[in-house]
Design a protein around this ligand. Structure first.
Ligand SMILES: [Zn+2]
Length: 317
């Protein structure tokens, strides 16, 4: 596959081997838990302990506060454990859901979430944390069998839940969503404001892919529904996992064949065309705030702009 126009998206980076073939090894997690060389990624509600002492990185750059299993409170699991895999040096990693962070001494300076950390961590740690947050969120909302409602047990080193009543196996799910720039014949970019966002926040349009729908159809449908614009050509830009709670964001550029905006006034309450000059002016004047660098939305906007908008200001907080 040719390289996508948007390489190295923050949460798409990875430097680990998931060791999928080892998940079925009998007693693997128990053996790893007894091994002091193993490193544990602790997660509570999408947050993880980090250190910012500049150890091994530039000052202030966060690093995951990874600990051996014996440093996890009580030395025993108090939530789901999941095998994450190995790094290039052969170190094994396990994710541990921390049920009550007040019982956790931390071992880090503070707890932070993936959205905040994603663009700052190195590729190995960004990949491990994205994987851990995504799979633990799936466990958190799927304790029971979707077929019969019976409790399920955790199997395959955390990658399967099996129904205790009917034996059916259930695998972690990811919801595909499309996110797209919409560009007109004058090379202007359409940005929308969602009714749920604070004032002045603008971003690319996005929406979930419906059952039985292609990605291109989803792009055209979402744009037509939300802003009344017809899209012709649809070009793929890149993708990144977005486990808030379970999305895979698939990025596209859509070429508009009409320009009259009619917002749906349900999701999108305002949408505007911007030339590059108009967008920079709006950012400098504080009229528009754009999504942060960790998001694929930001990278799609900068792909259209043709460079970084970091110095233009105006980022969501
Ligand atoms: Zn069942």
């Amino acid at each position: 596959m040719a390289p996508a126009p948007l390489p190295d998206l923050s949460l798409s980076r990875s430097a680990s081997d998931r060791q999928g073939a080892r998940r079925g090894d009998a007693g693997l997690l128990e053996r790893l838990w007894a091994d002091e060389a193993v490193r544990v990624v602790r997660v509570h509600d999408g947050r993880t302990p980090v250190t910012r002492d500049g150890d091994g990185g530039p000052d202030g750059q966060p690093r995951l506060a990874l600990v051996p299993p014996s440093h996890v409170p009580g030395g025993a699991p108090h939530g789901v454990r999941v095998l994450l895999g190995t790094d290039p040096d052969g170190t094994w990693y396990v994710a541990q859901e921390v049920a009550d962070p007040s019982l956790d001494p931390g071992g880090g300076d503070d707890w932070a979430d993936l959205r905040t950390l994603g663009a700052e961590l190195d590729a190995l740690e960004a990949g491990l944390l994205t994987q851990a947050v995504a799979v633990l969120r799936w466990h958190a909302v799927n304790p029971r069998c979707p077929r019969c409602g019976a409790p399920t047990s955790v199997e395959q080193a955390g990658w399967v839940r099996k129904c205790t009543a009917d034996g059916s196996e259930h695998f972690p799910r990811t919801d595909p969503a499309v996110i797209m720039s919409v560009v007109d014949a004058d090379d202007r970019l359409l940005l929308g404001h969602n009714d749920m966002w604070p004032a002045k926040r603008y971003s690319t349009l996005a929406g979930f892919v419906e059952p039985g729908e292609s990605l291109e159809s989803a792009v055209r449908r979402e744009v037509l529904e939300e802003v009344g614009i017809e899209v012709g050509d649809v070009d793929y830009l890149g993708n990144q996992p977005w486990p808030f709670p379970a999305s895979l964001m698939l990025g596209f550029r859509g070429t508009a064949v009409s320009t009259d905006v009619v917002t749906d006034d349900v999701e999108i309450t305002d949408a505007r065309w911007f030339s590059r000059e108009e967008l920079v002016a709006a950012l400098r004047d504080g009229d528009v705030l754009l999504p942060p660098p960790v998001s694929i939305a930001r990278r799609i906007i900068e792909h259209w702009y043709g460079g970084s908008l970091e110095d233009a200001g105006g980022v969501w907080r």
